[in-house]
Design a protein around this ligand. Structure first.
Ligand code: HEC
Ligand code: HEC
Length: 493
């Protein structure tokens, strides 16, 4: 859970300058921090409340601010039947807008990514955290003799699970135009100004600023981190390699996991192109995909682009639209945001890592680097466990960063704003505990104890009306979280 800004403060106290991403600042050059902050607050309001005269849904219907801006089956199970997420179940005009069984059991949304004249595909809802780090398209240059990264350039940003999710120039700013048309119409005629209204320029700008303000704005630098648990450090060493070693002309499998070629610094960038890769890693070719068991009539998802192919899916005999490539998500936020992949086909982080062992990946184009080197994956379960604990630790460290940042901010505020901000900080502390506990093995029992102590203090602080006493408790909680961090990782300057 990360950095979601509460409703705007009335008057001059503008609490969220610290959330401002450098990207947003740069794009709004000449705008002072206070007006940018107001823009983010306005964006949040639109994101959470605006229905665009449509079917009652808002952006937050699927991208839940209290759930890392995504949604999953467990969260869905707690919603009342009247929630607009379920509009296809109670509004006969919209009965084909979603597939209710797939929505409820797997958290999947119907998306007509290849045009409304083509069969829709079922996609999971991506979290919207760390967008400034994960949407740069790859520039068309030769890599190791293979000019293999050119197609994405048609889009200003790499967005959606296939990197081609935004209409117009393909920018983050324009994403809302497609989202409203897809998810919010009153009828499936989808006529603008009849079935919904399109956003104004002002609304698009505010929405963009809000989305860019969520979570990290920078990638971490793995080369500077050494983990105090040998188990976690081993996970880092396995992860942070690009290809299999070759000895005496022979490729050695199983010594490395080869993840950093696409997830450099556990983010969403290629270590070669330093931009967000869209790649075919074979997820659509896994055997027994759960969504197809629920609905065998589903179309195979072709990924990037709209070109028709006739040999798609595990059995290689389905028609699909696209070149089979999907967009690489960042992994720092992964432990917090199960299930995994564009089709939510995998339920745990451990299973998502282990899935790289399968034929679906090892026979996919992604199993070779851009210069043709071998990066097939063959991990023992013990190695999968180490990598998962490494990714869980990174997620907890990010939760601590975000929690402390929100907590410090709440100390400068008063009344409702202070409480709202503190609640967000607490949600991050809770997430840090959950991602560490979720690994079942506990490489950092002492850090976990510090985090639990910090959360208890934050709960007390929430009900402490006397400002100085409240802040004293929050200062102690921040110190405890920093101790937890120091117990987990040693950072080189
Ligand atoms: C009915 C659920 C639903 C609603 C409502 C919804 N989205 Fe989404 N959103 C999704 C799904 C599913 C995807 C993945 C789409 C794809 O793969 O192309 C997505 C993807 C995105 C992405 C791409 C993120 C990335 O990392 O690539 C952005 C940005 C986004 N949505 C913004 C919005 C905005 C802004 C609104 C409101 C105008 C909105 N969404 C409303 C379900 C929803
Ligand atoms: C060739 C590029 C490439 C390599 C190498 C690669 N990944 Fe990925 N990764 C992707 C892409 C693309 C996706 C999205 C696939 C999809 O949903 O169809 C992804 C998705 C994931 C996800 C799911 C994240 C989410 O939010 O759903 C995890 C976890 C993951 N990768 C971990 C790893 C690990 C661990 C390794 C090393 C063993 C690795 N990846 C190697 C490209 C790569």
């Amino acid at each position: 859970m990360s950095g979601d800004a509460p409703a705007p403060a009335a008057g001059p106290a503008l609490p969220f300058a610290f959330l401002l991403p450098k990207a947003a600042v740069a794009q709004t050059a000449g705008t002072d921090a206070a007006s940018l902050e107001q823009l983010i607050a306005r964006g949040r309001q639109i994101f959470v409340e605006e229905t665009f005269d449509g079917n009652g849904r808002t952006c937050a219907t699927c991208h839940r601010p209290d759930n890392n801006h995504t949604i999953d089956p467990r969260y869905i199970a707690k919603l009342p039947a009247s929630d607009p997420l379920f509009v296809a179940e109670y509004n006969p005009d919209l009965k084909d807008l979603e597939k209710p069984a797939l929505l409820r059991q797997m958290g999947l949304i119907l998306a007509n990514v290849d045009g409304f004249d083509k069969p829709g595909v079922m996609r999971s809802v991506p979290h919207l955290l760390a967008l400034p780090t994960s949407i740069d398209v790859e520039v068309c240059v030769e890599h190791g003799g293979k000019g293999d990264f050119c197609e994405d350039e048609a889009f200003a940003n790499a967005l959606g699970w296939s990197g081609d999710g935004s209409p117009g120039t393909g920018s983050l700013r324009e994403f809302a135009l497609g989202a409203i048309t897809q998810h919010m119409p009153k009828t499936l005629n989808r006529i603008p100004q009849v079935d919904f209204r399109l956003p104004t320029d002002e609304e698009l700008t505010a929405l963009e600023a809000y989305m860019l303000s969520l979570g990290r704005t920078q990638d971490i630098d793995l080369s500077k981190l050494s983990f105090n648990s040998p188990l976690v450090q081993q996970g880092k060493l396995l992860f942070d390699v690009k290809e299999n070693p070759v000895r005496n002309g022979e490729v050695i499998l199983g010594e490395t996991a080869n993840c950093n070629g696409c997830h450099q610094n556990a983010g969403a960038n290629s270590s070669t192109t330093h931009a967000n890769p869209t790649r075919d890693t074979g997820v659509e070719n896994m055997r027994t995909p759960p969504a197809f068991l629920l609905d065998p009539t589903l179309a195979v998802d072709g990924g990037f682009g709209k070109e028709e192919r006739v040999s798609c899916g595990f059995s290689q005999d389905h028609t699909c639209y696209g070149n089979g490539r999907f967009n690489t998500p960042p992994l720092v936020e992964a432990a917090d945001t199960a299930p995994f992949f564009h089709n939510n086909s995998v339920n745990t982080l451990e299973e998502a890592i282990a899935s790289y062992n399968g034929d679906s990946f090892n026979q996919s184009p992604g199993a070779k680097t851009s210069s043709g080197k071998d990066r097939r994956v063959k991990l023992e379960s013990s190695q999968v466990t180490a990598i998962a604990l490494f990714l869980r630790t990174l997620n907890a460290l990010e939760n601590i960063r975000s929690s402390n940042s929100l907590s410090r901010k709440s100390m400068d505020l008063r009344g409702r704003n202070a409480k709202e901000t503190l609640k967000l900080a607490m949600a991050d502390t809770e997430d840090a505990i959950e991602v560490l506990q979720g690994g079942t093995l506990l490489p950092y029992p002492e850090a976990l104890a510090r985090l639990e102590e910090a959360l208890a203090l934050e709960k007390k602080a929430l009900h402490t009306e006397i400002g100085p006493l409240r802040n004293l408790r929050l200062h102690k909680a921040i110190a405890l979280k920093l101790q937890a961090k120091a117990l987990m990782v040693t950072e080189q300057p």
